[in-house]
Design a protein around this ligand. Sequence first.
Ligand code: ADP
Length: 333
Amino acid sequence: MPSSVMPTSNSGDGRPSPTAVSTVGLRKSYGDRTVLDGIDLRIPAGSVFALLGPNGAGKTTVVKILSTLITADGGQAQVAGHDVAADPQSVRAAIGVTGQFSAVDGLITGEENMLLMADLHHLSKSEGRRVTAELLEQFDLTDAAGKPAQSYSGGMKRRLDIAMTLVGNPRIIFLDEPTTGLDPRSRHNMWQIIRELVADGVTVFLTTQYLEEADELADRIAVLNDGRIAAEGTAEELKRQIPGGHVRLRFTDPSAYRSAAAELGEVTRDDEALALQIPSDGSQRALRAVLDRLDSAAIEADELTVHTPDLDDVFFALTGGTGVPDQPKETVR
Ligand code: ADP
């Protein structure tokens, strides 16, 4: 559908951006178990959104509701400008879904799976063959096209699944744990595929248990925990929400090091490495404050690095999981 039909909302910089997916107060229970307890989301068109959460958090449930496979008990959801409850047909026409409920039929070949999809989308025979050949090529499946899909590796099956989804040229794609169980190489291949989709202007709604994946791919991340969105923002914003970040200054001149330590006050000293550690959220403002103080005392550091807690720290802090490290990892970002 043309993006102009999508509702727009403020992107934060004052410019309106089309909204691909939005939900307000989405609720879902199974029996007396509340799985979703009021979920609010807004995903701008053309972006990658990652819904991150531990196993059983309700990620698939969100995807199922948004892709009209199940209905919510309460709240509202709009996808591509259509209400999922009032107009599920229009939602289905605008989206593609791949993931744990894969549409791949193992008994027929990859090519036959693709042609079947083309039929479902009412493409003509010649158009169906053209699109199939193109997508099989794009997803590196041409050589395997004549073999039954059940003989494919996990990575090949996922690629075929996405290729099948793309036959309908959807503008919004839901990828439910697209790399769970894949080896590192297949995972990186999948990341590349997702990046290419986004470069084509497709909106990607991704669920994942992998922090690294959300960090790599997503423009914005929401952490789902206990039926609610525990936090939402860019990876950097989420990392800044928990303590443990610091700025590290290193000196080669011992007297500069001592002057800086005296000037900055609240610091952790490493006399051997001539390095100072200053608690900081890593924001531009905080960095400028440190630099201004050094400048005004005419002290020059030889190296400055910003250390933020990584997404693992954020995730554990937000989801109340065990294994919260006492010290954030010393990764330079
Ligand atoms: P995730 O995708 O984050 O792993 P799910 O959305 O699959 O989580 O599941 C969330 C919770 O809802 C789990 O506790 C799961 O057992 C429960 N659940 C999911 N589907 C059903 C169902 N059809 N009937 C009963 N419980 C369900």
